[in-house]
Write a protein that binds this ligand. Structure first.
Ligand code: CDP
Length: 247
């Protein structure tokens, strides 16, 4: 965190966005043949693929739970996804992101329907520009639906940062690196309504008032992303119907 670079110029962000504006988002469901469910997402310059497998047998077997499914989540950054080559393999950051993301999904997935089985969620960051954990969570949600995993709602994620003293939605790399705070959120959205917070982290400092405002901004942003997640799912299923008719 430093004040070296000016992040807000003439009331606009460096990429011309308003404070409460998301980056452009593109979501496509069902892009991988071999996975049970999959999704590709772009949030600004972030490019992410999610693949879901399961419910399936858990290996090693001692990890099985006789009462419910075990959910696993692996976040991974490709070595070429960042400016300085990322050393392949897990590191502290990816282990942390995997853990908090899994915890966001665990209460939503109806695990008790699949005792002894495993649901594996893999997210791969191909290109990173801040907010990769949020992009991955959004992709993972769509991939889970695509895999037909029963869930109590959808998880939708977006961050808010404080840059040059103002709160900005969906920060890009410069705002994340040089801003005063970065706060990723994920929400459980059920029947079109935000029901609870599934993930909340904070790097930096915000006042209680700012956190309240950031939460409101994130909720509004999440509802827009939720609509796009729904659209991607609907598109996949309607194209499947068309394919079936053609066959
Ligand atoms: O990506 P996210 O904002 O969820 O996590 P972060 O730890 O706040 O990382 C912010 C950004 O820093 C990433 O999105 C990447 O653009 C960048 N980064 C990097 O350049 N090299 C790394 N080894 C890790 C992150």
């Amino acid at each position: 965190m430093s004040e070296d670079i000016q992040l807000i110029v003439d009331g606009k962000r460096l990429d011309g966005r308003d404070f409460n504006e998301l980056r452009p988002i593109k979501i496509e469901a069902g892009i991988l043949k071999r996975a049970d469910g999959s999704c590709y997402i772009e949030m600004g310059k972030n490019k992410v693929v999610a693949a879901v497998y399961g419910p399936r047998e858990v290996h090693p077997r001692h990890l099985q739970d006789p009462s419910k499914a075990v959910v696993r989540y692996r976040y991974n950054m490709a070595p070429f996804s960042v400016e300085e080559r990322k050393r392949p393999g897990p590191d502290r950051r990816s282990v942390e992101i995997s853990k908090v993301s899994r915890e966001a999904f665990e209460p939503v997935i109806m695990k008790e329907l699949f005792p002894r089985s495993g649901i594996d969620i893999f997210v791969e960051v191909l290109q990173a520009d801040a907010g990769t954990r949020t992009a991955c969570i959004n992709a993972a949600t769509v991939a889970l639906v695509d895999a037909g995993i029963p869930m109590k709602g959808l998880i939708t994620s977006v961050a808010v940062a404080k840059a040059d003293g103002v709160l900005v939605l969906d920060p890009m790399k410069e705002e994340d690196n040089y801003g005063e705070a970065d706060v990723p959120f994920a929400f459980l959205i059920r029947n079109g309504k935000i029901e609870s917070i599934a993930l909340l982290q904070m790097d930096g400092r915000l006042s209680a008032e700012e956190l309240k405002k950031a939460t409101q901004m994130a909720k509004e942003g999440a509802m827009k992303i939720y609509e796009l997640q729904r659209e991607a799912i609907m598109k996949k299923y309607s194209s499947e119907e068309i394919e079936e008719q053609v066959i």
